[in-house]
Design a binder for this molecule. Sequence first.
Ligand code: HEM
Length: 333
Amino acid sequence: MADSDSSRWLLNLQGRCLMTCALLLLAAVSSEQLSENFYDAKCLQAMSIIKQKVDKFVNADRSVAASLMRLHFHDCFVRGCDGSVLLNSTESMLTEKEALLNKGSIRGFEQIDEIKYELEHACPGVVSCADILAVVARDATVKLGGWSWPVFLGRFDGVVSFADEVNGSLPTRLDSYAKLVATFAKVGLDAKDMVILSGGHSIGKVHCGAFFERLYNFQGLNITDPSIDPSFAAFLKKQCPQTNPLDFTALDTTNGTFDSAYYHDLLTNRGILQSDVALLSDPLGVEYAIKAVSDPQSFLFEFGQAMIKMGNAPGPAPYGWRKHCAFVEHKPC
Ligand code: HEM
């Protein structure tokens, strides 16, 4: 057995032992058993602690909201919503954080740690990291103008996280519409959910290098993608000179506000990522974009519904709970 295989085998064995323990205590809690008031009896102040913290972070730096919201998405698509995206690597485990699609791109870990610290102080051993991500995603979205949605709670935290599981689990910026649909289907989301959740790009920023092909080397021809609105392409080139792939630009034209402008951008040839633009390659994507622009409120509502559905992505097993979101610490049965 290769070294990485044997360490993974050991971790899996450890995981199976923990699972037996967790199953005895907790029975198999499935996503259908999540409940909105899960913490009411155990930690009544949990929701207000999280909200106050998110308010504080976003008041200090509005751009944090997007990063916090995205963490829940990256968590749920790999091993289900089990907080595995938050785990630090160890000697025997290279975690999701280190994967190419995540490293240097996902942010917000310090903020989650601060929230967890406060929750552990108020109600030790109660609130899971996976649930914190789900609530934070909602509160951050609302803080930037999105509509609220009920967050169903009671997720367990995982004890493993593997960088090599990220590829193939998360969608990528170069994916076609069909590929995006297939990737979302793996976590129980349909094409419409995919189109709606892509509206997450209504907020936040993107590294310039993530769309350089479209600006500077479309189809390997050293030209700009002719489908980009020319004045927008000129604007992007100013924002993102070819020499600076690590600079950032906004993902949509109103990126400090959560709204349906992302779809207006798509329809006016101002989409940024190839995967964003790909939404319009299918009639469903076009139809939805037109609807979101003509009825922005329906998008704000449907985004919340799709986030609830995404938050149900089941993890491999109900392992338990972590005291610190970045580390595994076993709670005795
Ligand atoms: C449809 C497939 C998706 C692809 C291919 C994709 C890809 C990307 C990429 C490449 C970036 C920029 C990363 C960087 O430059 O470091 C990004 C940023 C972002 N994505 Fe997505 N994404 C997708 C879906 C989603 C979904 C479903 C959500 C949330 C519900 C979301 C929320 C965000 C946010 C908020 C940011 C900005 C983060 C920040 O400013 O820190 N994305 N995405």
